[in-house]
Design a protein around this ligand. Sequence first.
Ligand code: SAM
Length: 159
Amino acid sequence: MIEPRLPARLRAVAALVPTAARRVADVGAGHGALSVHLSCRGAAVIAVESQTGPLAELRANLRSWDAASHVEVRHGDGLTALQPGEVDAVVVAGVGGGTALRIVAPSAAMQVRWLVLQCMQRGELVEPWLTSRRWTVLERRDVRDGRRTYPAWLVEVAA
Ligand SMILES: C[S@@+](CC[C@H](N)C(=O)[O-])C[C@H]1O[C@@H](n2cnc3c(N)ncnc32)[C@H](O)[C@@H]1O
């Protein structure tokens, strides 16, 4: 596998994924660089993508990085692409706060233990929403990438 270089934003996201998470879903995987990075680290990765354009780019990138047989690709909407108990951690990066929270809302029912969230905008929605569910922020990082700062969180989902 060829490991693509990650921007600072995604390096921070990858660093928040617990090494104990052996099965990880990268939801809204887009280009797939983060999925490949996590796979190179030894995790079993499912890359979920809902849109056909990014899905085609994802598949082409995985082929070009020799990663198509290492990262499983699923076409679907958020966690509906997964079975309950199938992954330990879900990563949602590069989307708005509202989208990220809609995606991870069924995490407890899906028996997901950890979430790693990174928002491009509306990050202020995240912590009140997590608190209302008694889901615990284990770590927050504010990542400087270029001229912008992006918030990212590692969250433990309450059963
Ligand atoms: C801007 S890209 C981010 C790609 C990568 N995660 C990153 O952080 O660079 C956001 C991707 O999320 C996908 N997406 C948005 N909502 C989704 C959903 N409900 N389920 C799966 N994919 C979704 C979009 O199609 C898009 O490809």
